[in-house]
Ligand binder design. Structure first.
Ligand code: PLP
Ligand code: COI
Length: 366
C-alpha cells in the first residue's frame, strides 16, 4: 500500500468559466468524450524530492511538457475511467471508486510508476466533482465521466522508469457511449491483430493497449461494426474482450460465461459487479475460456441466447451480431435480450440510487 497523503490541495478556480447558458446548452446533448468541465486536478511526483507534492485544483488548461518527457517516448502512462452519477435529489454518487484507485495502482506497478495513495485519489475526485457540479448532465443516461491519469514527465531519453510524474484528473459530461444509444452493437472479430499477450500489459489500463486496438477497430468500422473482439495471442482461438469492454455470454440453461482474468484482459469493475449480481440472482457464472468457434456454434444452435458487453462507458450493451473475415452470425434475435436488459436496469438502478445496493457499492459525495 502507498503511504497515506500528508499534502494540502491548492484551490485556484477558473477566472473565466464557461457561461452557464453555453454550458447548459451543451449539456442537453453531451455525446461522449468531447465536452469538458472548467477545472482539473493535478498532483506532481518526484522520486528524489519526497514523492507526491503540489496538489492543486485549477482551470483545465494545456499541460506544458518537455519534448524529452519520458511518456512521449516510452509510453509510461496509465488511466482510469469512472463516473459520477447525479441522483434525482440533486446529490452525486460514485460507484466503487476504491476499486478504481486499486486498479490504478495495479497498473502503476506494472508500468514501473509510483502508486497514488487511495485517499489522495478519492480526494481529487471529491474536489473536482464539488467544483464542477453544475456540469453534471441531467439528461437520461447522462453522467460525469471522470478520467484520472498519470504519466512520466521526466526529461530523459535513457530507458528506465522515470523519476517524475504528473497525476491529473479531468471530467467530461457524457451521454451514451455508442451513438446508437442502448441498441445492440455489431462487433468485428480481429483475426490478424491481438491486443495483449501473456506476460504483457493487457491487465493494466495503459494507453499502449488502446493504441494497439486502433487498427483492428478501424478494420471493424470499415465493416460497419462499432467494436472489435480480440482473441488470445497464443492460439487465436479464445475470446478475450472488446477494445474497451468485457464480454458475457448467456445460455438457454441459465448459466453465464465470461473470460477468466489471466493477465491479458482488463479486470473490469463492471465485470466483477455483474458476476456478483448474476450470482445474487441464483445464476451460475463460470469464468472460463470460451472459443470463437464455440460462440458461433452455440449461437447457431440456439444454446447461446445473449451476449453483452460491459464497462463504465458502455454500462451493459447487447451484442447483436458478430462479423469477421469468415462470415457473420446473429446473437438471439439480434435485439436486446432479457437478461441483458435486466442486468443493465439493475446496475443503473444501483448507480442512480433507485434500486437497493446490497453490497454497499455506492459512495455518496455529499
Ligand atoms: N476492458 C477494457 C479494455 C476497458 O477499457 C474497460 C473500460 O474501462 C473495460 C474492460 C471495463 O472496465 P470497467 O468495467 O472497470 O469500466
Ligand atoms: C471506460 O469504460 O471507462 C473506458 O475506459 C473505456 C473507453 C473505451 C472509454
Amino acid at each position: 500500500m502507498a503511504d497515506a497523503p500528508t499534502i494540502d490541495f491548492a484551490h485556484l478556480p477558473h477566472s473565466a468559466p464557461v457561461p452557464s447558458e453555453t454550458r447548459d446548452q451543451a449539456l442537453a446533448d453531451p455525446g461522449f468524450g468531447t465536452l469538458f468541465t472548467d477545472h482539473m486536478v493535478t498532483i506532481a511526483y518526484d522520486a528524489d524530492a519526497g514523492g507526491w507534492h503540489d496538489a492543486k485544483l485549477c482551470a483545465r488548461e494545456p499541460i506544458a511538457l518537455d519534448p524529452a518527457a519520458a511518456v512521449l517516448h516510452y509510453a509510461q502512462e496509465i488511466f482510469e475511467g469512472m463516473k459520477a452519477y447525479r441522483w434525482d435529489d440533486g446529490s452525486a454518487a460514485l460507484f466503487r471508486p476504491e476499486e478504481n484507485a486499486r486498479r490504478l495502482n495495479d497498473s502503476a506497478r506494472r508500468m514501473a510508476m509510483p502508486e497514488l495513495p487511495e485517499e489522495l485519489f478519492i480526494e481529487s475526485i471529491r474536489r473536482l466533482v464539488a467544483q464542477d457540479r453544475a456540469w453534471m448532465p441531467s439528461v437520461e443516461g447522462g453522467s460525469l465521466y471522470l478520467r484520472p491519469f498519470m504519466f512520466a514527465t521526466e526529461a530523459f531519453l535513457g530507458v528506465r522508469p522515470a523519476k517524475q510524474y504528473l497525476y491529473c484528473l479531468i471530467a467530461s459530461p457524457v451521454g451514451s457511449y455508442f451513438k446508437s444509444g442502448v441498441k445492440p452493437v455489431d462487433v468485428w472479430v480481429s483475426r490478424d491483430h491481438t491486443r495483449a499477450a501473456p506476460g504483457g500489459t493487457g491487465a493494466a489500463k495503459t494507453g499502449g493497449n488502446y493504441a494497439a486496438s486502433l487498427v483492428p477497430l478501424a478494420e471493424g468500422t470499415a465493416h460497419g461494426c462499432q467494436q472489435t473482439v480480440f482473441l488470445d495471442a497464443l492460439e487465436k482461438k479464445y475470446i478475450e474482450e472488446l477494445g474497451g469492454m468485457n464480454l458475457f455470454f448467456a445460455f438457454g440453461d441459465g448459466s453465464v460465461v465470461t473470460p477468466p482474468l489471466t493477465g491479458t484482459i482488463l479486470p473490469g469493475i463492471t465485470r466483477a459487479s455483474l458476476i456478483q449480481m448474476l450470482r445474487d440472482e441464483g445464476l451460475q457464472v463460470r469464468e472460463e475460456p470460451y472459443s470463437i468457434d464455440q460462440w458461433h456454434a452455440d449461437a447457431e444452435k440456439g444454446d447461446l441466447i445473449e451476449t453483452f458487453a460491459c464497462g463504465t462507458a458502455a454500462v451493459v450493451t447487447p451484442v447483436g451480431s458478430v462479423n469477421g473475415p469468415d462470415g457473420t452470425f446473429t446473437i438471439g434475435s439480434g435485439g436486446t435480450g432479457q437478461l441483458t436488459q435486466k442486468m443493465r436496469d439493475r446496475l443503473v438502478g444501483i448507480q442512480m440510487g433507485t434500486a437497493p445496493d446490497p453490497h454497499n457499492w455506492v459512495m455518496k459525495l455529499d
